[in-house]
Design a protein around this ligand. Structure first.
Ligand code: ADP
Length: 247
C-alpha cells in the first residue's frame, strides 16, 4: 500500500516531558477498515500516543497526518471535527438521562446539552439513535436511565455516543476493562461491526480480546515500536516475549 493510502500516518512522533521521551521517534500507519491494537508494558507510551493524536498533548516533534491533514497543530476541538473520536477508560455518560437522551445529545448539531434537548426529536435523530442503539446492544433499553445500566452497557453507551458522531477514526482506551467474559465477546462483535469505512485504534491488555479484534498489533516499548504485524507474528517475536516475560 502506498503511504498516502493510509488514513492515519504517524511519523517521527516525539514528546518529551522534562527531557524524558515518553514517545520517541515513533512511526506507524493505520489503514481504513482496520482495527489496530496497541499493546505494551505499563509506561510504554500507549496513552500518550492517543493523547497526541487527539490533541490533548502537544508533540515535541514529528507529524500526525489524518486523511492527509496535519493534526499536530490543530486544537482538540478541531481534531474532533476532523472525524476523530476518543473514549477514555471511565465512561462519561449522563447517568440521570435515559439511553435515548444520552445518544440524542451526542448527535452532532452544534448545540450544548440543553440546546440539544430542547430540540424536537426529528426523524433523522430518532433514526440515528435507533441505529446506534442496535449496534451497541441497547435497543431494548432506550428508555432506561443510563445510571441503571451494567458496567459493560455503560461502556457500550459511551461508544455509541461517539458512533452517533460518525467518526472516521475511533480510539478506545481499554474498552473491556472490568467486563465479564460475555460482555468482552459482545464488545469484540461490536467493534467488528463498526469498521466499515472507519479505522479503530484500541489500547488493550487482555490478550484474548486482542486476538478477537486485532487486524494488526503494534507493540510499544519505551515510546518506540518494538514489533508490529498480525497477533500471531507479534506474539512469537522473541523481542516481545522478552519484554513481556521480563516484566
Ligand atoms: P502507558 O499508557 O503505555 O502505560 P503512558 O503513555 O501513560 O504509558 O506513559 C508513558 C510515560 O510517560 C510514563 O513513564 C509516564 O510516567 C510518562 N508521562 C505520561 N504523561 C506525562 C506527563 N504529562 N508528564 C510527565 N510524564 C508523563
Amino acid at each position: 500500500v502506498d503511504k498516502k493510502d493510509f488514513v492515519l500516518a504517524v511519523e517521527g512522533l516525539t514528546v518529551s516531558f522534562d527531557g524524558f521521551k515518553a514517545v520517541n521517534d515513533l512511526s506507524f500507519y493505520v489503514e481504513e477498515d482496520e482495527i489496530r491494537v496497541i499493546i505494551g508494558p505499563n509506561g510504554a507510551g500507549k496513552t500518550t500516543v492517543l493523547d497526541l493524536i487527539c490533541g490533548k498533548t502537544q508533540a515535541t516533534d514529528g507529524s500526525i497526518k489524518f486523511r492527509g491533514k496535519e493534526l499536530t497543530k490543530m486544537s482538540e476541538h478541531a481534531i474532533v471535527h476532523a472525524g476523530i473520536g476518543r473514549k477514555f477508560q471511565n465512561p462519561s455518560i449522563y447517568e440521570d438521562l435515559t439511553v435515548f437522551e444520552n445518544l440524542e445529545i451526542s448527535f452532532p448539531r452544534g448545540h450544548g446539552v440543553f440546546g440539544a434537548l430542547a430540540f424536537k426529536r426529528d426523524a433523522e435523530v430518532i433514526a440515528a439513535v435507533e441505529e446506534v442503539a442496535e449496534t451497541i446492544f441497547l435497543s431494548e433499553d432506550l428508555n432506561k436511565t443510563a445510571g441503571l445500566l451494567s458496567h459493560g452497557q455503560k461502556q457500550w453507551l459511551e461508544i455509541g455516543m461517539l458512533l452517533i458522531q460518525k467518526p472516521d477514526l475511533l480510539m478506545l482506551d481499554e474498552p473491556v476493562a472490568g467486563m465479564s467474559v460475555a460482555e468482552r465477546k459482545k464488545t469484540a462483535e461490536l467493534l467488528n461491526r463498526i469498521t466499515q469505512g472507519r479505522s479503530v485504534i484500541v489500547i488493550e491488555h487482555d490478550m484474548q480480546f486482542v486476538e478477537d479484534i486485532a487486524h494488526r498489533v503494534t507493540v510499544l516499548h519505551q515510546g518506540k515500536v518494538l514489533s508490529e504485524g498480525s497477533m500471531e507474528r507479534v506474539k512469537n517475536d522473541p523481542k516481545v516475549v522478552e519484554v513481556y516475560l521480563g516484566h
